[in-house]
Design a protein around this ligand. Structure first.
Ligand code: 4NP
Length: 161
């Protein structure tokens, strides 16, 4: 029997600043919990503007300062993702809007804002692309908080996947 594994897809616009950080942090958190081993985490962009590229140098620098090396290559979300992913996490409300436009009518994925899991109730992960280095640190911090909360939720709902 082939057992389908629970799959999470993090999505932003370019898949080079926010969603690769969310992906890496979720992956790191999940790896630390035996019960959750096997959950698949990936990321994608609503656009293909940076397809094939490594994360933005500022994103990689910031993540490295936290001991995380980002190796994901940007890719645009495809129709199949709406069926293979169980949970699609939009980084901001614009990404969420775009995902709702892109999703096939029979999509099986649950789509929500990543920051629904932020205990500090931030309203989306702000796009840092045209901002200073400080914005990249803020992205990291928000993604870290949301990942911790989501992992707690996954542990408590462990019987759903
Ligand atoms: P991301 O950030 O959606 O977090 O990857 C951006 C990356 C690229 C652009 C905008 C936002 N861009 O305009 O190229």
């Amino acid at each position: 029997m082939i057992e389908k594994r629970y799959s999470i897809l993090c999505v932003c616009l370019g898949n080079i600043c926010r969603s690769p950080v969310a992906e890496a942090l979720l992956q790191k958190q999940i790896e630390q919990v035996e019960l959750l081993k096997g959950i698949i985490v990936d990321s994608a962009g609503t656009s293909g503007l940076h397809a094939g590229e490594l994360p933005d140098p500022r994103t990689r620098k910031n993540a490295l300062q936290h001991g995380i090396e980002l190796t994901h290559r940007s890719r645009q979300i495809i129709e199949q993702d709406f069926f293979t992913a169980d949970l699609i996490l939009a980084m901001d409300s614009q990404n969420l809007k775009e995902l709702r436009k892109l999703k096939p009518v029979d999509s099986t994925a649950r789509i929500q804002l990543f920051t629904d899991y932020d205990p500090r109730k931030s309203d989306g992960v702000p796009d840092p692309y045209y901002q200073s280095e400080k914005a990249f640190e803020e992205v990291f911090k928000i993604c870290e908080r949301c990942s911790v909360e989501l992992v707690k939720e996954l542990i408590s709902q462990q019987n759903i996947y």
